[in-house]
Structures are given as structure tokens and as C-alpha cells.
Design a protein around this ligand. Sequence first.
Ligand SMILES: Cc1cc2nc3c(=O)[nH]c(=O)nc-3n(C[C@H](O)[C@H](O)[C@H](O)COP(=O)(O)O)c2cc1C
Length: 150
Amino acid sequence: MKALVAYFSASGVTAKVAQAVAETAGAGLFEIKPEKPYSDADLNWRNPLARCNREKLGGKDVPVTGRVENMAEYDTLYVGFPIWYGCAPNVVNTFLKGYDLSGKKIYAFATSGGSGIGKTAEKLKPYVPGAEVVEAKLLHSADEARAWVK
Ligand SMILES: Cc1cc2nc3c(=O)[nH]c(=O)nc-3n(C[C@H](O)[C@H](O)[C@H](O)COP(=O)(O)O)c2cc1C
């Protein structure tokens, strides 16, 4: 089994959890970065005109910088992100769409400001045709991440 952890983190919380997942799983680590980084203003969801809200409402693709060149070598993909509006941020969906992930097992994990994991797993499925979304799990800490992987 060869595993990769791909994660997006706007403010560092998910990054810490992703690191713990990767260490525990003995997996590689790839950071999903939008081509245009998010500024604080971009993330201010209280402002209806902020970038995050425009992307969400428009269902927009958010281009990713860099690429996992050896994706075919992995049979297991952990995908980590902060919960945005009850599910994965658009940049994560754009990342997933960029690969043929059929036959792979996908484990999603997320951090949040309080929301549960909701329908995150179901909402990811359209972006990973042919892959199996085994589970989506809300993780609150690196310790929880280590316990989950084990
Ligand atoms: C645009 C935006 C939307 C968010 N939507 C939610 C939400 O629906 N539910 C929730 O509990 N937290 C929400 N949050 C909070 C993040 O999920 C939470 O702070 C997360 O741990 C941040 O992780 P990060 O530091 O890896 O980006 C939102 C944050 C942002 C910036």
C-alpha cells in the first residue's frame, strides 16, 4: 500500500493535522495551493463580496499550483481540508478533478470551526469517479489524527 496525503489549509490548522496523518500513515505529503493565494480579505466570509463567497456561489474552479506527477503510484489518497460552507472548499474539488483516481481508496479528513462533517463524503464523490470514498472524518487535533489513521 502506498499512500499520499494531499491537503489544503488556508490558515494552518489543517496543515498540522495533515502532517500527523502523513507521519502516522507513512505517507507522502502534498499541499494543495491555489495559484492565487488567499489573502485575509479573500477569506472574510462575513463580506458577501469576498473571494471565498464569490467562488462558492459561482461554483467556480480554483486553479491549483503544482501537480502530483506520480499519482498513479498511490493506491490510497488522504484528502484534508477545512470545512467551508459545510463541505470541501472548491480548490479541493478542482485538485481532485485533475487526476484519474479510479480504483483508489479515498479517506477525507477535515477541520472546522464547529460544524460536523455533514455530507462531505457524498459531496466529494462527483469529483472522484471510479474511486471509493471510504470515509470522511472530522479531526480536531494531531492526536486525534494519529488515532484515526491507526
Ligand atoms: C470561507 C470559510 C468558510 C468556512 N465555513 C465553515 C463552515 O461552514 N463550518 C465551520 O464549522 N467552519 C467553517 N469555517 C472555519 C474553518 O473550517 C476552520 O477555521 C478550519 O479549522 C480552518 O482550517 P485551516 O487553518 O486549515 O484553513 C470556514 C472558514 C472559511 C475561511
